[in-house]
Design a protein around this ligand. Structure first.
Ligand SMILES: *Cc1c(COP(=O)(O)O)cnc(C)c1O
Length: 331
């Protein structure tokens, strides 16, 4: 299987917005867009996206994982960027249409079909720097993905950065390319200088998240993570892991916590990143101001394994789905 992100199905869902309304959604072949050099997104980053998965269970049934959450988040992203967007029911239908069109190409679990709904501004006007685009394109691209951890689940080395900002205090909850652009230089530098896999952003000493995943600390009988205050992405995986942790009897605490608290508790605990692509990835080492702090014994801890396995079993269809997270494909 090709590396994540490089292989696509041949069909996508496409809609366009102009003169105040959306076209009907169409199933079309995946093909390049032709864009005028003055196109809004190219200058003013009027863009947001989502990432979610559809799974094929052992019995052959296809479901989407918590599509309602992804639709709600995309509506919020678009609202904050003043981008026109189809209504929630239409977005939901677009997701189902995109999956149904390539149903036979969904790899068996632990493979999946990754969906990338994307929205961007297409008005041709470089004068529109301070007003919303009057034209837009929405599409749903799909990509068959293999087991993200075919090479094994290796704990990550994570640089803790208490200076750099990943995003801004309000814009952190928007899933937009601009936030990735803002974080990229820090991540590349940490990789080059420290051999770090990721950067945990903690501006002002308050632990937030990494460039593309939420962060949780587990120590004693508590799972600790930053609350959703606008500065971090409201991860669907984060929410799922918090729910399963509470079900399993962990005390789930959403509050601000400092780098100092993190570094004090991590040696006796566990730490992990959560996100759709990798589900839950253990953090083995934290790199801070020239020190290396080992998290627990440096390997994936028991809570991380248990929560990861539980969520994977729900996604694969192996376990019951008490919270109604699997949504059967509507055709
Ligand atoms: C997409 C994303 C996440 C993870 O969200 P999921 O819904 O769990 O996939 C976390 N942080 C950032 C910055 C993201 O862009």
């Amino acid at each position: 299987m090709a590396a994540f992100g490089t292989k696509f199905t041949g069909k996508m869902i496409l809609g366009t917005y102009q003169d105040g309304h959306w076209s009907d959604l169409e199933l079309v072949p995946v093909a390049p867009f032709s864009l005028h050099p003055a196109t809004h997104v190219l200058h003013y980053a009027s863009e947001c996206f989502e990432g979610l998965k559809a799974y094929r269970t052992d019995s052959g049934e296809v479901h989407l994982f918590r599509p309602d959450r992804h639709v709600a988040r995309m509506l919020n992203s678009a609202a904050q960027l003043l981008l026109p967007i189809p209504d929630g029911d239409t977005l939901t239908r677009a997701l189902h249409m995109a999956v149904a069109a390539v149903k036979d190409e969904i790899p068996a679990y632990p493979g999946a079909l990754y969906l990338r709904p994307t929205l961007f501004g297409t008005e041709e006007d470089i004068g529109a720097a301070a007003r919303p685009t009057q034209k837009a394109i929405f599409y749903v691209l799909t990509s068959p993905v293999g087991d993200y951890f075919a090479g094994g689940l290796k704990p990550l080395r994570v640089k803790v950065d208490d200076q750099a900002q990943r995003s801004t205090p309000n814009f952190g909850e928007v899933k937009t390319g601009g936030n990735y652009a803002a974080a990229m230089r820090q991540v590349v530098r940490a990789r080059e200088e420290l051999g770090a896999d990721q950067v945990l952003f903690a501006p002002g000493g308050i632990v937030q998240e990494t460039g593309a995943a939420n962060f949780v600390l587990i120590e004693g009988d508590e799972l600790l993570t930053k609350p959703l205050d606008g500065s971090i992405l409201p991860g669907v995986t984060r929410d799922s892991i918090l729910t399963l942790a509470a079900d399993a009897g962990l005390k789930v605490t959403e509050r601000d916590f400092t780098v100092e608290e993190l570094l004090r508790r991590a040696p006796n605990g566990e730490a992990a990143l959560t996100g759709t692509a990798a589900v839950l990835t253990p953090v083995g080492e934290l790199l801070y101001n020239g020190d290396t702090i080992q998290v627990g014994d440096g390997q994936m801890g028991p809570w991380s394994s248990r929560l990861r396995e539980q969520l994977c079993a729900i996604q694969s269809g192996e376990a019951d789905d008490p919270h109604g997270w699997r949504v059967a494909l509507a055709e």
